[in-house]
Ligand binder design. Structure first.
Ligand code: ZN
Length: 218
C-alpha cells in the first residue's frame, strides 16, 4: 500500500464502514468519507456517521442518492416490513438492486474530483445474505468497468471481503478502535446505536460475531 496516497471511504457509520475508515487511516496518508442518503429509515444514521468522521478528523461528504429509493421498493428505502430471514431462492427485501454499482460509480466520480484513486468499501462475502453486489467478482468487475469508463486507475479496496463478523471485530481491535466501534457505530435496523435492539437481523449478526470474538480475545 502506498502511504503517500489518499483514499475515499464509503461510509455509513456502521460497524463495517467504521472499521474500514480506521483501516484506511492506517494505510493512507489522507482519508475522505462519503456518506449516501437514500431514504434510510433513520436519519440518525447520518448523524452517527458524521460524528464518527469528525472524531476521526476526516472530511465528511454527504450525497443525496435518494433517486435509488424511487426506482424500486424494498424494506431499507420504504416502510414495508423487513424480512427477518432470507426467503428461499431469493434475496431478502433488504436488497436494493443496483445499489453498490451506483454507489461505487458515484464514489469514483467524487474521488476523481478530489484527485483520489483509492476507494474503500466494507462489502463482504463472508457473512452476509449473499447480496450479489457484495461479491468479490462483482467488485473486480465494477473496478474494471469504472476504470474503462473514466480512463482512470482507481483501485477499489475491500478489507472485509473475506472476514466474517468475528474477524471484523478482531480487525477493529487490531486497529485499536474496538471500543469506538462497539460504542459509537449504528448497525441496528431499528436505529439504536452500539449493541442495538438485539433482535433485528443486523443486531443478531453483529452480536454473534462479538460474542465469538470476545471468547478468543486476548
Ligand atoms: Zn437491531
Amino acid at each position: 500500500m502506498n502511504n503517500k496516497e489518499s483514499a475515499l471511504v464509503l461510509f455509513s457509520g456502521g460497524q463495517d464502514s467504521t472499521t474500514c475508515l480506521y483501516w484506511a487511516l492506517k494505510n493512507f496518508s489522507s482519508v475522505h468519507t462519503l456518506c449516501f442518503t437514500y431514504g434510510q429509515r433513520h436519519s440518525k444514521e447520518v448523524e452517527v456517521a458524521k460524528a464518527i468522521a469528525e472524531q476521526a478528523g476526516v472530511p465528511f461528504q454527504l450525497l443525496d442518492a435518494s433517486i435509488i429509493s424511487k426506482l424500486s421498493v424494498n424494506s431499507l428505502t420504504s416502510d414495508i416490513t423487513m424480512d427477518q430471514e432470507k426467503p428461499a431462492g431469493s434475496y431478502p427485501n433488504t436488497f436494493v438492486p443496483g445499489r453498490n454499482l451506483l454507489f461505487l460509480t458515484f464514489a469514483a466520480v467524487i474521488a476523481r474530483s478530489h484527485g483520489i484513486r483509492h476507494i474503500v468499501t466494507g462489502v463482504s462475502e463472508a457473512d452476509y445474505s449473499g447480496y450479489p453486489d457484495c461479491r468479490d467478482t462483482f467488485i473486480l468487475s465494477a473496478n474494471a468497468s469504472i476504470n474503462l469508463a473514466m480512463d482512470e486507475h482507481f483501485q477499489i479496496h475491500t478489507p472485509l471481503m473475506w472476514r466474517d463478523k468475528t474477524a471484523v471485530w478482531q480487525l477493529a481491535d487490531e486497529l485499536g478502535v474496538f471500543d469506538i466501534v462497539r460504542a459509537q457505530t449504528l448497525t441496528c435496523y431499528n436505529g439504536i446505536i452500539a449493541d442495538g435492539c438485539g433482535h433485528c437481523p443486523a443486531c443478531k449478526l453483529r452480536k454473534q460475531g462479538l460474542d465469538s470474538y470476545l471468547k478468543i480475545r486476548k
